[in-house]
Design a protein around this ligand. Sequence first.
Ligand code: MN
Length: 287
Amino acid sequence: MKLCRFNGGRLGLVQAEQVIDVTTALEALPSQRYPYPSHDVFIAQLDALRPGIEQAALTGQKHAVTGVHYDPPVANPGKIIGAPINYKAHAQESAEDKSIGHGRAITSIGDWGMFLKAGTSLIGVSDEIVLRFPQRRNDHEVELAVIIGKTCRQVKASEALACVAGYSLSLDMTLRGPEFQCFRKSIDSYAVLGPWLVTADELTDPGQLDLWLHVNGQTRQNANTRDLIFDVPRLIEFASSFYTLQPGDVIMTGTPEGVGPVLPGDWIEAGVQGLGTLAMRVAPQYA
Ligand code: MN
């Protein structure tokens, strides 16, 4: 199942180049009282909602996939978790190019651990990336994103894929510089997710996916998730050895080689095999 959020709060089922409005399926969500859960309630109920989504699709209004505004497919991720230096060739370029690493010793994800991006940085693929700090380097990073489906902690890699609700395409936009990642990578609009999420039953092996990114028509990144240093199961094991993972938590799995700067007005196109594509303008002005 491919599911999107669109046009400001609508739920869509993506089928055969159409977005079918299945928003009425959300009426089955349990009513919540304050304090609301700290996870995403739609992702938590995804399996239970499936029959209702299929039912709603029979009569739902249809839109062309090119004709809607895509909001991020997870509305309220409790955590957006990032994976630094998780492809060897990207570790290599980070060690060689001082404007990427800023003097940090580039070791391994196992040594660095993971990092969090603020929820306020999240946008969908129909929104604009708005850069800040004109004097500094702002980079694109195309990544496979994993969306966690259930609460879990200290998960073994061998059992980790059972915790996944689905997958999506993401951009981990990055301001280069000396600050911690949680600061530099958390600027508004620096976490792109979408256009939709593909449920885990449709993607049994996240470790064999091509991913690519172009800027103004020029190829910058072109790789495959088989080259991840920590693959998806290991990332879930690693993240959950520190964080309790909750439904709707997003793990951006790391970027391959080819990161580079973008400037206002640039046009970014990107894709992950089986998960869709995006084409986004970088806003013409810095914020
Ligand atoms: Mn990244």
